[in-house]
Design a protein around this ligand. Structure first.
Ligand code: JFZ
Length: 338
């Protein structure tokens, strides 16, 4: 086990990328800025926070044509920043797959004019540059495929981020359906696709196990055998639940645990502004000084630092974001081991 995690513990610094049809909306729906709701209106939750009907959001997705996307440019930026691994949102809660999928044509190859497999291009770019490659996949929440789970936090501020009722937070009759059937027909097959079609996968990043039971989690965990040596975060199921699977790494989000997490591997995930997915009007960029301090603070406490970028709907990394990563990279050049 220690050997499996050795590279991850050594490199300490990764790039997180949130990118999908929500990036095209840039935090606005029908001319209104969506700044309320889950995560204070984080860009990738816009479908949920603005309660966009499935058909309307699907129209946005069908227009997704990010012609400026350049996998090698993104991987090169990670390299210059000193980030030794990259984790990409292959499917976020909106349900749109950024890879070709045989089980649903709601994906970037078959369901959008772009027609290119973004996961394949990123996997190849990372392989060329020796950057480890990880996949984020929202295994339970899916606001488009019938039966997918929807967080109930809008209706109940105490709603749990795991287990509970899968459908309690749905807002469109088109979302109704059987959760077990969704897992069996969409989520599990897509995870298999991801684990078999893109070469070696170094990390699997689960998220928000709404509605899941330990049995559901076991079915996903079994698929990980397709990639011996893969490292996973702990969001397949809440580790506090009895008999629940817990992954290799804890995931403090947007904060650094004051004294680290004794005896546990952890990865602080952090945004450069205040959103994961692109928001056109979020200009609250952290300074390079703040980002370097957060990186050093996290590493000094024994954790990894996963710093997120949110490219826009054309595939461009916002200039202020790019500049900050370049500045961190210059600091890394003089101060970090290679
Ligand atoms: C999740 C996602 O919902 C979000 O869009 C983003 O991808 C982020 C990295 O992960 O956000 C969470 C997950 C769990 C909690 C809060 C936000 N939690 O347990 O409090």
């Amino acid at each position: 086990e220690a050997r499996r995690l050795a590279w991850w513990r050594r490199v300490r610094f990764g790039m997180f990328i949130h990118w999908g049809p929500y990036s095209l909306l840039g935090g606005q729906w029908r001319g209104k800025r969506i700044d309320d709701g889950i995560g204070h209106g984080v860009g990738e939750w816009i479908m949920y926070n603005a309660q966009i009907p499935v058909a309307d959001y699907a129209r946005v997705a069908r227009g997704f044509n990010p012609v400026e996307f350049d996998a090698d440019d993104w991987a090169a930026l990670a390299e210059r920043t000193g980030q030794k691994y990259l984790i990409f949102t292959t499917k976020h809660h909106d349900g749109f797959a950024m890879f070709k999928s045989a089980v649903s044509d709601y994906n970037i190859v078959d369901g959008a004019p772009f027609g290119r497999d973004v996961v394949a291009e990123l996997a190849a770019a990372c392989a060329r540059r020796g950057i480890r490659f990880g996949l984020y996949y929202s295994q339970a929440q899916d606001w488009t495929h019938p039966g997918g789970a929807a967080f109930n936090g809008r209706n109940d501020p105490t709603a749990p981020w795991s287990g509970g009722t899968p459908g309690a937070g749905r807002w469109d009759p088109a979302q109704e359906g059987d959760f077990d059937a969704y897992l069996k027909n969409i989520a599990l097959p897509q995870v298999s696709e991801l684990l078999t079609r893109y070469g070696p996968i170094d990390i699997f990043w689960w998220d928000t196990p709404i509605g899941m039971t330990p049995e559901h989690a076991a079915a996903f965990r079994d698929l990980l055998r397709l990639q011996p040596g893969i490292i996973t975060n702990n969001r397949l199921l809440d580790p506090d639940r009895p008999n629940a699977f817990s992954g290799d790494t804890e995931t403090p989000e947007q904060f650094i645990p004051a004294t680290g997490l004794k005896g546990r591997d952890f990865e602080v995930c952090m945004t450069v502004n205040d959103t994961w997915g692109y928001k056109e009007h979020d200009h609250n960029w952290k300074s390079p000084r703040t980002l370097i301090r957060q990186l050093v603070d996290t590493v000094s406490k024994g954790g990894n630092f996963l710093l997120n970028i949110g490219p826009d709907g054309q595939g461009r990394i916002p200039t202020p974001c790019r500049e900050r990563l370049e500045a961190v990279g210059r600091w890394m050049d003089t101060n970090a081991e290679s």
